[in-house]
Design a protein around this ligand. Structure first.
Ligand SMILES: Cc1ncc(COP(=O)(O)O)c(C=O)c1O
Length: 374
């Protein structure tokens, strides 16, 4: 039988434990496993190379994304680093213009010192993307919706451009999650996650993951780098993410509905200059989003009329939106991105990024209204 993704997610990792029948997965903390009298190991040898709790998570991640295999890592940035470490000096990576600034810094500042060539382009302009490809391009990197401006990139078009050039497409699906977008079905070769966000879902676990369309050389590199480099997700972290994934459906449905309501309401607010949310008809990427997203997600950003300080004042006045980084938890967050991204950021100075939590949506609107008008 093939089940709906909601059904698969609700049962994530709950296959009965073979020893006890437990329906909640055990947390296997053992670092080493006994060999038999002939010195032969069973499936597990040493926890860096393989761990039963992590294996459950990797299977769940691959299943939810429709992939052939997955690797669970110690953070989203470790996942990004692992993909880069699979490349060779001289290889070119094409980034989107608007992207999580940590990934941009990792590639532009650190991996260029290791010989990678990195450039960026506005991926909403497909002709510009095709022109930005070089004979050395091995990887096209897409993040949709993008952080923090919520640009929408056409995944299928990017896969076509990448594949025609002999490159692979990696899609950072952290903001959408497999509940909303399934990049592998649209042609992506690798899906990247910061499981710290919606999959973990409670702001209490740091982790990352790579899911692969095929068990190809990208997959082999990642498995070997994780096992030999050791940047794997720990058993308790793996267990927390498995637990978070079981409630992803209801959480993200409520967060998406609330984000849409807030975005529509903000659009006509006198203090607001612009709202970035792909569910709005005014969003330039709305039609592509409607094609490749089943919901529009729990993230939005908006520009307040006025200066950086006037925008920051909204954050200071809010009582329900915590002024903190990260996203995807049950609590709403609001952050002035340019401040933390530094002086070279392309992010507008009056932009605030919001992660909508699970609070009652009218309370969130009342709080935003008083923060904007007080
Ligand atoms: C889209 C995206 N990708 C990757 C990351 C990095 O993930 P982590 O913080 O788990 O290393 C983040 C973190 O905010 C993110 O928003």
């Amino acid at each position: 039988m093939t089940w709906n993704l909601d059904t698969i997610l609700a049962r994530t990792g709950t296959e009965p434990d073979p020893e006890t029948g437990a329906l909640a997965p055990p947390i296997h903390t053992a670092t080493t496993y006994a060999r038999n009298a002939d010195g032969q190991s069973g499936e597990f040898v040493y926890s860096r190379l393989g761990n039963p709790t992590r294996k459950r998570l990797e299977q769940a991640l691959a299943e939810s994304e429709g992939g052939a295999g997955a690797v669970a890592l110690s953070s989203g940035m470790t996942a990004a680093m692992t993909v880069c470490q699979s490349l060779s000096p001289g290889d070119h990576v094409l980034l989107p213009h608007d992207i999580y600034f940590g990934v941009r810094t990792l590639l532009m500042d650190h991996f260029t010192r290791w010989g990678l060539r990195v450039s960026d382009v506005d991926q909403r302009d497909l002709e510009a993307v095709a022109k930005a490809i070089t004979p050395e391009t091995r990887l096209v990197w897409t993040e949709t919706p993008s952080n923090p401006q919520l640009n929408i990139t056409d995944i299928q078009a990017m896969a076509d451009i990448a594949h025609q050039a002999g490159a692979a497409l990696v899609v950072d699906n952290t903001w959408a999650t497999p509940l909303i977008t399934r990049p592998i079905e649209l042609g992506a070769d690798i899906v990247l996650h910061s499981v710290t966000k919606y999959l973990g879902g409670h702001s209490d676990v740091l982790g990352g993951a790579l899911v692969f369309a095929r068990q190809d050389s990208w997959y082999e590199h990642a498995v070997n780098l994780a096992g030999e480099g050791g940047a794997v997700l720990d058993p308790f972290g793996s267990w927390l993410v498995l637990r978070g994934m079981r409630s992803l459906g209801p959480r993200l449905r409520q967060q998406s509905a609330a984000a849409l309501e807030i975005a529509r309401w903000l659009e006509s607010h006198a203090r607001i200059e612009s709202v970035n949310y792909p569910g709005l008809h005014s969003h330039p990427g709305h039609s592509v989003a409607a094609e490749q997203m089943t919901l529009f997600g729990g993230m939005l950003s908006f520009c307040v009329k006025g200066s950086a300080d006037e925008a920051l004042e909204v954050v200071r006045r809010s009582q329900l939106f915590a002024n903190a980084t990260s996203l995807g938890g049950t609590e709403s967050l609001m952050e002035h991105r340019a401040l933390i991204e530094g002086p070279d950021t392309p992010t507008p100075q009056n932009l605030l990024r919001v992660s909508v939590g699970l609070e009652y949506v009218d309370d969130l609107k009342v709080d935003l209204d008083q923060a904007l008008t007080a």
